[in-house]
Design a protein around this ligand. Structure first.
Ligand code: KIV
Length: 293
């Protein structure tokens, strides 16, 4: 938090991405991404559900812990899944606490409006660092009839700014605003003092976040605000096609294991070859067995 506050003070924007596994965390951390969010978008990106509300708490905790193990410097933010913080204050605080202890999150994120201020206050009193997610809140998509933008009427925009202010006053150490016109984010920046992360909320926010799979080109229909930096979906499919070709051609590459000196002759005496080549190795055996990892 000190790093992010310093960056905000200096006017340096910080980079955030969603991340759901230790290996990606290691690479993104090396790349200098400051915040890794284990978003409930894992329900779609990792588990194959159609809705983020299907994210199970237990899996969210496990994925958060995985990202923690991969990240060295980045802040790890755990996203509280649907209904994990709507179940009475005691259980909600307990669930957020699990995100920090079992999941090793630095901060937990809640989709919230001003009515969540008492819960945020209670979490804060318990020592839990909270990021309040305002604006478009995908966990309430059933009420709105789908995912979409927010803050496009004066009344809605005013309410979103008020939500952000209430959550900061309740103790939120950070805010995130999703899918609103840039002017709404600018008003939040003017009315609050904690770092504000934006997603589809204009360039003024202190930090910017995207869903990793949108950034790297692995989603079919990314939101309009997400522009790609890579085409990993195409690259992955091409690698898959290449592997299929190599397997069919019995040319799988890599280095084959060889039997130890003198062992091949003994083996052939004990078990005469039936179709195996003279060097005792099946064609195209890959060198990277479990023991070489
Ligand atoms: O769950 C998520 O990935 C998020 C981001 C879209 C901000 O909340």
């Amino acid at each position: 938090m000190r790093t992010l506050r310093g960056m905000k003070r200096r006017g340096d924007a910080f980079a955030c991405l969603t991340c759901y596994d230790a290996t990606s965390a290691r690479w993104l951390d090396r790349a200098g991404v400051e915040v890794l969010l284990i978003g409930d978008t894992a329900a779609e990106m990792i588990l194959g559900y159609e809705r983020t509300i299907d994210m199970p708490l237990e899996i969210a905790i496990a994925l958060t812990a995985a990202v923690r193990r991969g990240a060295r410097r980045a802040m790890v933010m755990g996203d509280m899944p649907f209904l994990s913080y709507h179940c009475g204050d005691d259980e909600s605080v307990g669930n957020a606490g699990r995100m920090m202890t079992e999941g090793q999150a630095d901060v937990v994120k809640l989709e919230a409006d001003a009515s969540f201020a008492p819960l945020v206050e209670r979490m804060t009193r318990s020592g839990i660092a909270v990021c309040g997610h305002v604006g478009s809140r995908p966990q309430t998509a059933a009420l709105a009839g789908g995912y979409g933008s927010a803050g496009r009427t004066a009344g809605d925009a005013e309410r979103i700014v008020a939500d952000a202010v209430a959550l900061e006053q309740a103790g939120a150490v950070m805010l995130l605003v999703e899918a609103v016109p840039a002017v709404v984010a600018e008003r939040i920046l003017g009315a609050t003092s904690v770092p504000l992360i934006g997603i589809g909320a204009g360039p003024a926010c202190d930090g910017q976040i995207l869903v990793l799979h949108d950034l790297v080109g692995m989603t079919e229909a990314p939101p309009r605000f997400a522009s790609r930096s890579a085409a990993l979906g195409d690259a992955l499919a091409e690698a898959g096609r290449d592997w299929v070709r190599r397997v069919r051609a019995r040319s799988i590459g890599g280095e084959a294991y060889q039997m130890r000196e003198g062992e091949l002759e003994a083996f052939e005496r004990a078990m005469p070859a039936a179709g195996l080549p003279r060097d005792g190795n099946a064609p195209g055996v890959d060198s990277r067995g479990a023991d070489s990892r």
